[in-house]
Design a protein around this ligand. Structure first.
Ligand SMILES: [Zn+2]
Ligand SMILES: [Zn+2]
Length: 130
């Protein structure tokens, strides 16, 4: 039965990632999964996330001093806008941006993925000017 349990846990983690727009960290994913599968441990969530990252369907968003955030990648190519004040990460549709300009890459370097990060302050944090 261990395999069945593992599969259900994995499916629950995937569903949380696919439905969340919040770029949750492992603790938030764990909390959401436990609403459905109360016995899931944080360690299991970490192991599942590691496997999904290794499989290329989930990417990690690392920021110094903050917990690693997780983002479902498959089928949703997008960039990110990060609020320096509250740490929220917003998705930016890649199709809405002009093509990435060609840059000087090391000879022979093959680009497989481009990820842009816009740093700034979100609407909720920006002091309103009237
Ligand atoms: Zn903000
Ligand atoms: Zn994202």
């Amino acid at each position: 039965m261990a395999m069945v349990r593992q599969t259900r846990q994995r499916a629950a983690v995937i569903e949380v990632l696919q439905t969340s727009r919040e770029h949750p960290d492992a603790a938030a994913i764990h909390a959401a999964v436990r609403e459905r599968l109360p016995s899931v441990s944080l360690g299991t969530v970490y192991r599942t996330l590691d496997a999904l990252v290794a499989g290329g369907v989930v990417v990690t968003l690392e920021r110094a001093g903050l917990a690693t955030r997780y983002d479902w990648r498959e089928g949703t190519v997008h960039h990110h806008a990060v609020c320096r004040a509250c740490g929220r990460i917003f998705d930016v549709d890649a199709a809405a941006l002009p093509a990435v300009p060609s840059v000087n890459l090391p000879g022979g370097f093959r680009v497989t993925d481009v990820h842009l990060e816009f740093m700034g302050v979100c609407d909720g944090c920006e002091p309103r000017t009237t």
